[in-house]
Design a protein around this ligand. Structure first.
Ligand SMILES: NC(=O)C1=CN([C@@H]2O[C@H](COP(=O)(O)OP(=O)(O)OC[C@H]3O[C@@H](n4cnc5c(N)ncnc54)[C@H](OP(=O)(O)O)[C@@H]3O)[C@@H](O)[C@H]2O)C=CC1
Ligand SMILES: O=C(O)[C@@H]1CCC=N1
Length: 265
């Protein structure tokens, strides 16, 4: 049985832990977790998922997979502490931070850079992965099976992970922001908040499931909603007038650019 340890216990680590535990990829007692100082959070993760908090690297010296999930600007001080774990497969979920940063500490080990998203919590992450040159077929298989347990995964070149971050790493936040805007508009235009919330959630869910289950082109599905000279055409015209596509491009580009900057920090 594999034993894995999370270095960092924030939102992303919890989303992955929740996905792994829910899908029974590993028993919870094979999952170790640490953070900087927040004891209450580790106690809550233990309580909620059954994972084992640890403080000392001695407690995880036989670990098979080490998953780094700190903020990018925290990793430089974190890595030296784990340099003795020369048998572990290394996984990073840090935005921007290059494989080379991890190779400096683990020069002979298999390293994977994964960009998941918080939908991992329910096994619905859209993740990207890139590998270093030391990765073995076995390490690839194992990390892929771990990431597949929390959703779908696409293999990309390392440089492309910046764009993956701008699309799917940050993507859930764009969708939530869209829902916030949709709800606010519906309330201003006469609905009560509860009705606006229920209709907005089901609209997003139904459209996402249509895309996934039918695999039809988004444009085809859009056209099917759009009666000639009808209400949808009027709504879409307003989106075009307000530069919807340009706005989304600016959004993905800005997130990608920030990922590049974080990688240089
Ligand atoms: N949130 C998201 O949607 C996504 C995040 N990511 C990436 O995941 C990483 C984590 O993000 P997120 O979970 O949101 O961040 P959080 O701030 O929620 O979590 C950061 C974690 O790192 C811990 N930490 C800080 N310093 C150390 C240290 N010296 N040793 C051990 N642990 C330490 C913190 O501990 P403490 O609380 O005690 O300070 C905390 O548990 C980032 O690099 C981000 O780019 C990737 C994809 C999506
Ligand atoms: O906002 C961030 O930097 C992280 C990376 C992708 C999603 N959240």
């Amino acid at each position: 049985m594999k034993k894995i340890a999370f270095i960092g216990a924030g939102s992303m680590a919890e989303a992955i832990i929740a996905g792994i535990v829910k899908h029974e990829v590993l028993p919870a007692n094979a999952i170790y977790v640490t953070n900087h100082s927040n004891k209450e959070r580790l106690a809550r993760l233990h309580e909620q998922y059954g994972v084992t908090p640890f403080r000392d690297v001695e407690n995880i010296k036989d670990v098979d997979v080490l998953i780094f999930a700190t903020k990018p600007n925290q990793i430089a001080e974190v890595l030296p502490k784990y340099a003795s774990l020369t048998n572990a497969i290394i996984v990073s979920v840090l935005a921007g931070t290059p494989l080379a940063t991890f190779e400096a500490t683990f020069p002979n080990q298999a390293i994977a850079r994964v960009m998941p998203n918080t939908s991992a919590t329910i096994g619905e992450s859209a993740s990207g992965v890139a590998w270093n040159t030391k990765v073995t077929d076995e390490a690839k298989r194992w990390v892929t099976s771990l990431v597949e347990a929390i959703g779908i995964v696409q293999e990309v070149d390392e440089e492309q992970l910046h764009t993956v971050t701008g699309l799917s790493g940050s993507g859930p936040a764009y969708v939530y922001f869209f829902v916030e805007a949709l709800e606010a508009a519906a309330i201003q235009e006469g609905l009560d908040p509860k009705t606006a919330r229920e209709l907005a959630i089901q609209t997003i869910k139904g459209a996402a499931l249509m895309l996934d289950e039918t695999r039809e082109e988004p444009a085809t599905l859009r056209e099917r909603v759009t009666s000639p000279n009808g209400t949808t055409a009027a709504g879409l015209d307003a989106l075009r007038e307000h530069q919807f596509a340009e706005t989304i491009h600016a959004c993905v580009q800005a997130a990608k650019q920030r990922s590049i900057e974080l990688g240089k920090a």
